[in-house]
Ligand binder design. Structure first.
Ligand SMILES: C[S@@+](CC[C@H](N)C(=O)[O-])C[C@H]1O[C@@H](n2cnc3c(N)ncnc32)[C@H](O)[C@@H]1O
Length: 415
């Protein structure tokens, strides 16, 4: 390719996926604002990119796999740049709704702290290989020096390969979701061969040999040496296979610190989109909690964790679809015995219907945990229009080196 065929562009900002964006728009992955870059324009994408003038924020990626692996998107940027960019993503989402607030310093999880990952694993001519998919591709990159995963999760890579040798077809790679737990590795395998008698025996032996504490094959439990429990406050919960869990212990602690601070002094708290009790169970050390969640198995896990724990206040649970059937003011203020505070931690879509009802119920304090600044800002606007103040936002980066941002925010009802 001659240099004449190359396009030169100046990157003005990063897009939602962390790609650099130049006028056009022209998307240039792994570039930074202010950089002059050249490459081949293919539609709205620049490929074969060369950095002509690097940004002062450009750094040597800490991981040797970064070039080929698609697990991370922002390793070429300094930590301070990423921290500021992620904070700005939240600030800009709020400002698009006409809102501003105080921002606390972002909390970033350390390297090698991810406790859950889904590995792509396939059989090869010589054996098997496990890793992450490459950037926008089906090719699997091996990641023996990955900087994201906890050491205990790294230890799962050869185990995932052994699972593929036993039960992957030649054509389809396995998707192996691995979570570290107090009892050892919790592994959920998808896309494997159908589970017949001999395979079941082989997998059970493999789980025993590699100390997999729970092995689930599609939806079937194959082996459980001990329940793979997670500590939530003083309670121990055994989540259903593959159930939602905050991505790092440090990120979870930062979100929980925010939630505890916001709800301090409350005697009755409603925890909406409660999962397996990440917030509800620690909150129950000081307050009665009503935990509401859409997945029946998660509710059961939360309830069982509470029943086995000692010294917690009362926790009641409810399985409910909070999109279609949000808690209404009469549920939130039953017979005048109102909840003093609400915690709400919805999926990416946010909680439009439930937030409208919380605003009507005039619950005095709301801790909003979000994994999507855009839906958060939309819901924040509803609360502010109903008379709440958005006191502060704490951004939490538990998906280090990705374009993802999470946060916890405090809303209080003005007099
Ligand atoms: C971001 S997770 C938070 C879970 C929990 N708060 C935690 O920190 O572990 C969102 C939760 O909302 C639940 N969820 C998703 N859609 C729902 C719906 N329509 N109604 C109720 N819960 C729902 C999911 O099952 C998941 O547990």
């Amino acid at each position: 390719m001659t240099d004449a065929a190359r396009t030169t562009a100046t990157i003005s900002r990063l897009g939602h996926q962390g790609d650099g964006v130049a006028d056009g728009p022209l998307f240039a992955p792994r570039t930074l604002p202010g950089e002059t870059v050249s490459g081949i324009a293919e539609g709205s994408r620049l490929t074969s990119i060369r950095i002509e003038t690097p940004s002062e924020h450009r750094v040597q990626p800490p991981c040797r796999h970064y070039k080929s692996c698609g697990g991370c998107q922002l390793q070429h940027a300094s930590d301070s740049f990423v921290a500021e960019w992620k904070t700005d993503v939240v600030r800009n989402a709020l400002s698009a709704q006409g809102l501003e607030t105080e921002f606390r310093t972002i909390h970033t999880s350390p390297a090698r702290s991810r406790r859950r990952a889904t590995l792509a694993v396939r059989r090869t001519k010589k054996g098997a290989m496990a890793g992450f998919h490459g950037q926008a591709s089906d090719v699997i990159t091996e990641i023996p020096d990955c900087q994201l995963l906890e050491p205990a999760l790294m230890a799962a890579i050869p185990v995932a390969e052994a699972l593929a040798l036993a039960g992957a077809s030649r054509k389809t790679p396995l998707a192996v979701t691995v979570t570290t737990s107090e009892a050892g590795l919790d592994m959920l395998v998808k896309n494997g061969k159908p589970l017949d008698g001999p395979l079941r025996i082989e997998l059970a032996q493999l789980a025993d040999r590699h100390r997999i504490t729970r092995l689930t094959w599609d939806d079937e439990l194959v082996a459980m040496e001990q329940p793979p429990v997670q500590p939530f406050g003083t309670a121990l919960v055994c989540p259903p296979p593959g159930a939602f869990l905050q991505a790092t212990r440090e990120g979870e602690a930062a979100l929980l610190d925010g939630v505890l601070e916001i709800t301090k002094g409350a005697k009755r708290i409603v925890d909406l989109f409660a999962g397996c009790g990440t917030f509800a169970l620690p909150l129950a050390q000081a307050a009665e909690v009503h935990a509401v969640e859409g997945e029946r198995e998660m509710v059961a896990a939360l309830d069982a964790g509470w029943r086995k724990a000692k010294g917690l206040k009362k926790v009641t649970t409810e399985t409910r679809d909070l999109f279609r059937n949000p808690l209404l003011p009469e549920d939130l203020n039953p017979f005048g015995a109102a909840f003093d505070a609400a915690v709400i931690d919805p999926p990416r879509a946010g909680a439009e219907a439930q937030i409208a009802q919380l605003a009507k119920a005039r619950t005095p304090v709301i801790a909003y945990v979000s994994c999507n600044p855009v839906s958060f800002a939309r819901d924040a606007k509803t609360l502010v229009a109903a008379g709440y103040s958005l006191d502060w936002v704490q951004a939490v980066d538990q998906f280090r080196w990705s374009a993802h941002t999470e946060l916890v925010a405090r809303f209080t009802l003005k007099d």
